[in-house]
Design a protein around this ligand. Structure first.
Ligand code: 13P
Length: 348
């Protein structure tokens, strides 16, 4: 019975060409983004910003689920309505980030291991009581000279699988996020090799830990050249490399793949997702969707900047990016949807 519920929730998270909105920045990450724009780093500023997001009119037309953070799932709108209720009333499924962050991995300079398994069963039970129906855990894999190591890949994959098993036991759909980072000079081919190795290892561990693939969502990176790689491939080449990698490593039983944006400019994140759906949608076993944070929020955050007079304009920008990504799921996004086109926004 629980398995059926998990499967239904996972399918609902990628139904109707919608996708996920990640608004689960930890307090330090949110503060860092606020500081860059001169926004006060206070609980109230973070609350006001999250209220702006969850009250955006029409957000549920393109967003199926929103990933909250521990602080946010406990917060309310100014009128006292909980964010969970506001989201649910908008037709959006509430989710929650449950890892406690990526920490330096002992004996492995330059590599991280994500923490948060201790006490997770109890935290999941509490979040479930608060209304969450899915959860997220992010592992980060850096690419560089001699890294990633097998040890970092295996330790992170095992943690992801143990988290996913605990989520399913609690009736929450796990969003499994192994992120191969964009930082570095590595080529698109190298990113493809690393991503394939990471995904194969993650799915081996998910099998070993008895995770039901039909009741989970994969949240991977796209296969991209490193940010400082001299060769930056075109949108179609990124789409081809990403889908080739996923076809090799992701079982067909997984209902949906929802990409992270990883710091890509917003328009490029839409254009690349669009290209994948234009070229491959009819031939893929899983839905190719989005679970973006920066690529949906950044333009809105830059308009808002903590100014109450800018809330409506910021909400329009948020709505627009969400709509662009829904169009990208259908293969109907075009640069014309974004005045100025994909090349304009190198600012993210
Ligand atoms: P970005 O889309 O900004 O990479 O964030 C997605 C996310 O949830 C990171 O964990």
């Amino acid at each position: 019975m629980k398995t059926q519920e998990l499967m239904d929730t996972a399918r609902a998270m990628v139904a109707d060409d919608k996708g996920l909105l990640a608004m689960d920045e930890s307090t330090p990450t949110c503060d860092k983004r606020f500081a860059k724009l001169g926004i006060p780093r206070t609980v109230e500023a973070r609350r006001a910003y999250r209220e702006l997001i969850v009250t955006t009119p029409g957000l549920g037309e393109s967003i199926s689920g929103a990933i909250l953070y521990d602080e946010t799932i406990r917060q309310q709108k100014k009128d006292g309505t909980s964010f969970v209720k506001a989201i649910t009333d908008a037709g959006i499924i509430p989710g929650i980030k449950v890892d406690t962050g990526a920490k330096d991995m002992a004996g492995h300079p330059g590599e991280k291991i994500t923490e948060g398994l201790d006490g997770l069963r109890d935290r999941l039970a509490e979040y479930s009581r608060m209304g969450a129906r899915f959860a997220k855990w992010r592992a980060v894999i850096a690419v560089g000279e001699g890294i990633p190591s097998r040890a970092a890949i295996e330790a992170n994959a095992q943690a992801l699988a143990r988290y996913a098993a605990l989520c399913q036991e609690a009736g929450l759909v796990p969003v499994v996020e192994p992120e191969v980072l964009m930082d570095g000079e590595h080529t698109l081919e190298r990113c493809g090799e690393v991503t394939e190795e990471v995904l194969r290892t993650v799915f081996n561990q998910l099998y070993t830990q008895r995770v039901t693939l039909e009741g989970m969502i994969l949240k991977p990176n796209m296969v991209l050249p490193g940010l400082t790689c001299p060769k930056q491939e075109a949108v179609d080449e990124v789409a081809d490399a990403t889908v080739r990698c996923l076809l090799r490593a992701v079982p067909a039983a997984v209902p949906g793949i929802a990409f992270l944006s990883g710091g890509q400019p917003s328009e490029l994140a839409s254009a690349r997702l669009n290209a994948m759906n234009v070229r491959f949608r009819s031939r893929l076993p899983w839905a190719l969707a989005f679970s973006y944070a920066r690529a949906i929020q950044q333009p809105a955050l830059e308009i808002w900047r903590g100014d109450a007079a800018q809330v409506l304009a910021a909400q329009q920008a948020l709505y627009h990016r969400a709509q662009c990504n829904r169009a990208a799921r259908r293969g109907e996004y075009s640069a014309a949807m974004d005045a100025g086109g994909v090349n304009q926004q190198k600012r993210a």
